[in-house]
Design a protein around this ligand. Structure first.
Ligand code: PRX
Length: 654
């Protein structure tokens, strides 16, 4: 494609660096390049093979994919299984004493080591306790906890008895919790007295009590004691978790679930205020989780694997709980923030547990860059063998920093693209089979069908940019939105006939590599060029003085939209007029003069969602001096005030 204007989104810059897997890594890898051909020859058969070989079924499925009522697809629909059985019981005979979780509390010195056998016993007891509270198959159970071992226990106990769990991130407000409980009409809430976060106690129980004033469906509340903070108590409704566990039997038979029975609902924010209740079912989800976890992270029996996400997000569901436990993998689970008590906590944890596989988000990586290399360099990270990234496009320079400073140029990096809706990783390198390029999620996982299309839904040739779509169903896909099938169809299946519309911009290079360009809603239109935020931000982050950047399009009389940039500098760098000029010139040279930011504001931090994504919508409102509305869903609401005043005083333009 030569005429950039024909592209739905302009592809402005190309990354030439490439990192093939080392011969040593290839020699020991779980899979090689031939897996792609194998899967392409028969993609449905490929998924069936994963399901039969990696999942233990009470009744093996004979059907693969039911396509009779698209987009309401079914996978392995005549199979029966239990996920908790797959995560726990099946490992007991051969490896019950293997560590399931090294749990590290936020207060230094707080730690627990939990074997598969111990986890099995606790889950069985809690399953019986839930049955005792009248929870039945199909009932919804809301879980609102910090990162404590009782969180995976509660999820697995629900799965064991066929209850549907819905984890609400333990940093959300009472309102957010109430809204989610009301939508699913949950019968039980599992919460805690409090949760540790950056040295303070977050009041889970107080928030729960407030939320429950508006949630008549809740009959019982189970409370995990963690922080010993003072809480109110409603006799008859509230029960201590430890009392229930002590009184419950440790014998519990997991129930047989149909492959298409609901496993969980997880709420994700949509463009409107009402969050979407993403529904995942049992058999296909597990097949997707175990296959991707094993192949993407190249899992070995002696791995110490650490996914540093929160279980309140889908990453924690699939890659802290279900995938790793079903694969009999030892995991690290950390309760707190990366900067408590100091900014080297993550590196201290890697050193302490000799972590081999580490999976985190670009937002964290950019914070580490900003804080400075001396934190990781002061710790022994030589146990690491592979690094992962998820949640946002990773800027090439952040990738290079991760590669050099954390991976010591030895560890393959898997940049894994997926969504709450997809259930498991869909675009990613397989570390022993694919050469990586900094900033690219490389290619679809075997068996996955993807494409990049233009405004008319037509494929964009290699070398161009447009919208990412998924062209085939996959086993871990969402089945619907809870109680809202119309919204399921309109949000994902109405833009391009027969294809799943992801909502992300994407370009492909001439090797067919995928480069994610951020959310379609964030694309800027400058003088008729549709420019992705990701490319301009990555150009800024490539400057040695910059740690993080966010750009947005704001209304401009001349060009329709003009690019406004918000930039966080690396530790010790001072932002001044000269640097603004330098950065504008830099972006012009790196990608194109049309992508030069018209204004640049330096700020210590950027507004982020609680899962770490930059909130560009807010920055647009700030740039256009609009009323900001509710900012309580932000992880760092303070920064908005600071940026607003900076943006008003700084009108540095051409
Ligand atoms: O925009 C993409 C971005 O995160 C979105 C999904 O967010 P969520 O449902 O919260 O799930 C996050 C964890 C799976 C996607 O639509 N995203 C996620 N991973 C990547 C990414 N963008 C670029 N590269 C990635 N690796």
């Amino acid at each position: 494609m030569t005429d950039k204007q024909q592209q739905a989104i302009s592809a402005l810059s190309w990354e030439e660096r490439s990192f093939p897997p080392s011969p040593e890594f290839v020699a020991q890898a779980n899979t090689g390049p031939s897996i792609y051909e194998e899967a392409e020859a028969d993609w449905k058969g490929f998924w069936m093979k994963q399901a039969l070989e990696r999942v233990s079924w009470f009744k093996k499925p004979t059907q693969i994919l039911d396509e009779s009522n698209p987009p309401f697809f079914k996978w392995f629909a005549d199979g029966e299984l239990n996920i908790s059985y797959n995560c726990l019981d099946r490992h007991l005979e051969t490896g019950g004493d293997k560590v399931a979780f090294y749990w590290e509390g936020e207060p230094v010195g707080d730690e627990r080591v939990i074997t598969f056998r111990q986890l099995h016993e606790e889950v069985s007891r809690f399953a019986n306790a839930l049955l005792g509270l009248g929870v039945e198959k199909g009932d919804r159970v809301a879980i609102y906890l910090g990162m404590v071992p009782e969180l995976p226990v509660a999820m697995l106990a629900c799965a064991r008895i066929g209850a549907i769990h819905s984890v609400v991130f333990g940093g959300f407000s009472a309102d957010a919790l109430a809204q989610r409980i009301q939508d699913q009409e949950a019968k039980v809430l599992i919460t805690g007295d409090g949760a540790y976060r950056r040295g303070t106690v977050f009041p889970l129980k107080t928030n729960s009590d407030t939320a429950l004033e508006a949630c008549p469906s809740i009959e019982n509340v189970v409370v995990v004691k963690r922080c010993n903070n003072e809480i109110a108590w409603t006799e008859g409704r509230d029960h201590w978790y430890h009392d229930l566990i002590a009184a419950a039997s440790s014998e519990n038979e997991p129930v047989a679930m149909n492959a298409e029975d609901m496993l969980y609902i997880l709420y994700t924010s949509g463009t409107t205020a009402r969050p979407k209740g993403v529904v995942h079912t049992t058999g296909g989800y597990l097949a997707g989780a175990v296959a991707t976890h094993d192949l993407v992270f190249d899992i070995k029996p002696d791995d110490v694997y650490w996914c540093a996400a929160d279980i309140g997000w889908v990453t924690g569901h699939t890659y802290i709980v279900y995938g790793p436990l079903a694969n009999h993998t030892t995991g690290v689970m950390y309760e707190g923030t990366p900067d408590f008590p100091d900014k080297d906590r993550f590196w201290q944890i890697i050193e302490k547990y000799k972590v081999t596989k580490f999976y985190t988000a670009p937002t964290a990586i950019r914070s580490f860059m900003k804080w400075g290399d001396h934190y990781p360099k002061g710790r022994d990270l030589s146990s690491l063998k592979l690094l992962g990234s998820v949640g946002e496009p990773i800027n090439p320079e952040a990738w290079m920093w991760y590669h050099a400073v954390i991976g010591n140029e030895r560890c393959p990096i898997v940049d894994t693209w997926w969504q709450t809706e997809t259930g498991c990783i869909l675009i990613t390198p397989l570390p022993g089979a694919v050469a990586t390029k900094p900033g690219s999620a490389t290619r679809p996982f075997p068996g996955v069908g993807a494409d990049v299309v233009d405004d008319q839904g037509q494929p964009v040739p290699l070398g161009g940019g447009g919208y990412l779509v998924l062209t085939r169903p996959w086993p871990a896909m969402l089945r619907t939105l809870y109680k809202d099938p119309e919204r399921f169809v309109s949000a994902y299946w109405s833009q391009v006939p027969g294809q799943y519309f992801v909502g992300d911009g994407c370009k492909r290079d001439t090797d067919g590599y995928y480069w994610l360009l951020g959310r379609v809603d964030d694309v800027m239109n400058v003088a008729g060029h549709r420019i992705s935020t990701t490319e301009v931000e990555s150009a800024l982050v490539a400057h040695p003085k910059v740690a993080e950047a966010a750009v947005v399009g704001r209304t401009d009389e001349m060009t329709g939209q003009a690019i406004a940039a918000f930039v966080t500098l690396r530790a010790g760098v001072v932002g001044d007029e000269a640097l603004i000029k330098e950065l504008r010139g830099w972006v012009g040279e790196k990608i194109s003069p049309i992508a030069r930011p018209k204004s640049i504001v330096f700020t210590d931090d950027l507004p982020k969602t609680r899962s770490g994504k930059i909130m560009r919508r807010l920055l647009r409102d700030i740039s256009e001096q609009r009323h900001l509305g509710d900012v309580t869903t932000l992880a760092n609401a303070d920064v908005v005030r600071e940026i607003t005043s900076l943006a008003q005083t700084s009108t540095k333009e051409d």
